[in-house]
Unconditional design. Structure first.
Length: 163
């Protein structure tokens, strides 16, 4: 790993860069149609009165080449907070240098400092390079769990249901 790398925290001025990384990740995951975040939504939700998530960057020679977006979760079983990694992305030309590991290691350090009981994330089942990286770092797949999601009209319908 290069000596010219550092981890930095995102600021409001980084919103265009955050959106760029999100769009590049969506392209990689073949989910471009789902990437509808805007500068306004990111400003409100990352830097507004109520911050819903945080972003760190990995920089090489002052160039942002990777990012991680994460937020707090809570484990009732542990009775402790956790960190949930929503997105991690390293630009393709910078992969293979240990930068993904550095971002994950930094998140683990943040989790320990904040007295979190766990660091969790999801990975697409076809993304073998990411799966291999995560397993090499000691992660354990939660095969017995299935993620469920409600979005769009189904979310609105659920919000208006009564007994």
């Amino acid at each position: 790993m290069s000596n010219n790398i550092q981890i930095t925290w995102a600021t409001e001025n980084d919103i265009p860069t955050i959106l760029h990384f999100i769009k590049e990740l969506a392209k990689y995951e073949k989910l471009e149609h789902e990437a509808i975040a805007t500068a306004e939504s990111m400003k409100k939700n990352l830097f507004g009165d109520r911050k819903f998530a945080e972003v760190i960057f990995l920089e090489e020679s002052s160039k942002k080449v990777g990012f991680a977006l994460f937020f707090h979760s809570f484990s009732t079983f542990l009775g402790a907070p956790g960190l949930y990694l929503e997105d991690l992305f390293v630009l393709p030309e910078y992969r293979g240098k240990g930068y993904g590991k550095k971002l994950l290691s930094t998140l683990a350090k943040i989790a320990v400092e904040r007295e979190c009981g766990r660091l969790e994330w999801s990975v697409l089942d076809w993304n073998q390079p990411a799966i291999d990286l995560y397993l090499s770092m000691g992660s354990k797949p939660m095969d017995e769990w299935t993620v469920h999601r409600v979005t769009g009209e189904a979310l609105k319908n659920l919000a208006h249901q009564t007994i």
